[in-house]
Write a protein that binds this ligand. Structure first.
Ligand SMILES: [Zn+2]
Length: 241
């Protein structure tokens, strides 16, 4: 069974044909919330489709738009909603005010530790800081989504026990090929970030495309696709259950 640990099925690009998109993927999808209203939609979808699981969080850009009371309230909502993971959360150097981002990222890490569920982490132009904060906060179950940090950072993160979810754009980005070769198969997961990050530039991504990543990982690791699929499913079960 295939696994997509990071998608956004609530986004309007899926408004027209969500049933079909979910129907043609015979696997598990973790759909990630990125803002207050989105988190409610994620929970609705997870209720409606048995193979869709909810991750709840606030994306860094939206953290910066909210006030502290609103964020506190949303963390409480997330805790009460019993998601399978915290996500999408993280740090993003393109949005500024890193102090506020770091403060709330730490709160999300504390919550994931408390609930003993994984934290699905976004990072852009802040990769070293993300790893530093996760280490400082003793984050226990970490999924680094679409991680673009250096191989030195990849090595450090793997030593800390973190997992990497590999995007479909591995087909044309050498960085992810290198990452897959470097990291143990026991620390790899698959993701799409659908509707974003398609392997065909400009087209909509969808969960069934994780099969492309599985094939690519198999090639790079010298394994059978089915072996890779089973390993990733095992990694998923170990981490999320
Ligand atoms: Zn995402």
């Amino acid at each position: 069974m295939l696994v997509d640990v990071h998608a956004h099925l609530t986004y309007e690009k899926f408004d027209e044909d969500l049933d079909e998109v979910i129907g043609r993927f015979k696997g598990i999808i973790i759909t990630n919330g990125t803002f207050v209203e989105d988190n409610r939609k994620v929970l609705e979808l997870a209720k409606k489709y048995s193979n869709v699981k909810p991750a709840l969080g606030i994306y860094p850009e939206h953290v910066l738009e909210m006030n502290d009371d609103g964020l506190k309230e949303e963390l409480k909502f997330i805790e009460d909603s019993k998601p399978v993971a915290i996500g999408e959360v993280g740090l993003d150097g393109t949005y500024g005010d890193m102090d506020k981002q770091v403060f709330w990222f730490k709160e999300f890490i504390k919550l994931s530790n408390k609930l003993e569920i994984p934290i699905i982490v976004h990072t852009r132009k802040a990769e070293a800081k993300v790893v530093e904060v996760l280490e400082e906060m003793k984050a226990k179950k970490v999924v680094l989504h679409c991680f673009s940090g250096s191989m030195k950072l990849v090595e450090k993160a793997e030593k800390l026990g973190y997992n990497f979810s590999v995007p479909v754009i591995i087909t044309y980005l050498d960085h992810f090929k290198e990452l897959v070769k470097k990291v143990s198969i026991t620390k790899l997961l698959t993701e799409t970030d659908a509707p974003f990050l398609s392997n065909v530039k400009g087209s909509r991504n969808e969960p069934m495309n994780v099969a492309i990543t599985v094939k690519e990982i198999a090639k790079l690791k010298g394994m059978d696709s089915i072996e890779v699929e089973n390993s990733i499913l095992m990694n998923y079960k170990k981490l999320f259950n």
